[in-house]
Design a protein around this ligand. Structure first.
Ligand SMILES: Cc1ncc(COP(=O)(O)O)c(C=O)c1O
Length: 278
């Protein structure tokens, strides 16, 4: 059963005047619970802290968040943890209250057996028409404003297609609707530059760290469709699935190449069990 704590209260509720609801004025984290542990929790809490600082929302104490995650995950070893932080309630109008009292929601969606389909053997991906707007003030953050992704995800119903790629109006590919993008070109790892838009994923951060440890050259760059279509390998990443090799992009088949396999093996050794060989 999904369990939520609202400002620490199991039976707490959210005000209709909460700015998370009225303006999407807040941030969230989606965290994999595996073998009883919240994976990459330090990375998630760091991104949340940075986001609160950049938006001027009073950040919750990380020890409190850790304790509340533990509380909602009691008796559960596998699932998806959620933290939502909003600027709290305010009067009507965009102006933020001078003394904001942040709202804190911590929840857990337990996995039912076999509820997560495996992406390890490759996924099919399509292009989305819905563009991603550029805004350096919000770039990298996991804000509650996800309407672009909602519209993009409504572009297809075909269950065989797992993800859709999104680009800026100028044609720079940014990532999937729920994932970051990587491509391999001549042994080098490239991932879109996220200084103007996109979410700076925690799994992306881990992959870049692991790539450095494995002496794989990695670069954050602008990537357009033409460049992506010429890639030797393409994969997506997120905190719940680790690496998802792309085996078909629209009609173009792609191989699961050596760099993807090497990184998946390294991630599986670091506890990303979804990347382990079957
Ligand atoms: C738009 C978008 N980009 C990237 C990601 C990957 O982020 P993370 O690795 O933190 O899960 C997500 C995750 O949901 C996402 O929604």
């Amino acid at each position: 059963m999904t369990q939520w704590l609202v400002n620490g209260m199991p039976d707490g509720s959210l005000s209709p005047q909460d700015r998370g609801l009225t303006y999407g004025d807040g941030l969230f984290e989606t965290i994999a619970l595996r073998a009883g542990k919240f994976r990459l929790l330090d990375f998630h809490l760091e991104r949340l802290q940075v986001g609160c600082e950049r938006l001027g929302i009073p950040p919750p104490a990380t020890e409190l968040l850790r304790a509340e995650l533990k509380q909602v995950a009691v008796n559960c070893t596998s699932g998806t943890g959620k933290i939502i932080i909003t600027r709290g309630c305010g009067p009507r109008g965009y102006r933020a209250p001078a003394q904001a009292q942040a709202t804190r929601l911590v929840g857990l969606f337990p996995d039912s057996a076999g509820s997560l389909p495996s992406w390890r053997d490759g996924i099919r991906v399509r292009w989305c028409r819905t563009p991603v707007a550029e805004n350096p003030a919000l770039a990298g953050l996991k804000t509650l404003n996800r309407l672009e992704q909602v519209l993009a995800r409504s572009e297809w119903e075909d269950e065989a297609i797992t993800e859709g790629l999104m680009s800026t109006p100028q044609g720079q590919v940014i990532g999937g609707t729920m994932s970051n993008l990587f491509m391999v070109d001549d042994g080098q790892l490239l991932t879109p530059d996220l200084s103007r838009c996109g979410i700076s994923g925690v799994m992306r951060r881990l992959i870049l760290k692991v790539a450095a440890e494995l002496a794989i050259n990695a670069f954050e760059q602008s990537i357009d469709a033409e460049r992506l279509l010429a890639a030797d390998e393409v994969f997506l990443s997120n905190s719940l699935q680790g690496i998802a090799p792309v085996i078909q992009l629209d009609d173009q088949p792609l191989p699961i190449g050596p760099v993807s396999r090497k990184l998946m093996q390294a991630l599986s050794q670091r506890g990303v069990s979804e990347c382990a060989a079957a």
